[in-house]
Ligand binder design. Structure first.
Ligand SMILES: [Zn+2]
Length: 128
């Protein structure tokens, strides 16, 4: 098994075997990276890798994982990005007992009217 030398941001130069390293290739843009768990501090380390470094690692017996960017990245996004205040407000909302109803009303007013319409339909069918 090949010995591989890499850099941990905390520990500096570390040595491990090819079995301890994983190359990751993004199939969306063919960008490469590699990751390992530092043998000294056990922290995860991830680094970008040029095609040349990927080739060297793979020829040394390092396993390859292919991955795709999450489909959510292609979804349209509306409104401003979330802020820390938004997160805090959401956290406080979740601490209330009726957070589901509050959230449904504030996010999807049309869903609330749809829910009321369905409830009314169910009532009508129940009494018919
Ligand atoms: Zn380390």
């Amino acid at each position: 098994m090949t010995t591989i030398r890499a850099q941990c941001p905390t520990c500096g130069d570390v040595r491990m075997t090819s079995a301890d390293v994983t190359v990751r290739i993004c199939s969306d843009d063919d960008s490469g990276s590699y990751w390992f768990r530092c043998p000294a501090c056990v922290g995860p380390v991830s680094r970008a890798a040029s095609p040349r470094v990927v080739e060297l690692l793979v020829s040394s017996g390092v396993r390859i994982e292919m991955w795709r960017a999450p489909a959510e990245l292609d979804e349209p996004h509306y409104g401003p990005p979330l802020t820390f205040d938004d997160l805090l407000e959401f956290h406080e909302l979740l601490a209330t007992d009726d957070w589901r109803d509050d959230l449904s009303r504030s996010c999807h007013p049309s869903m609330e009217s749809e829910r009321r319409r369905r409830a009314a339909d169910a009532d009508w069918q129940g009494h018919g």
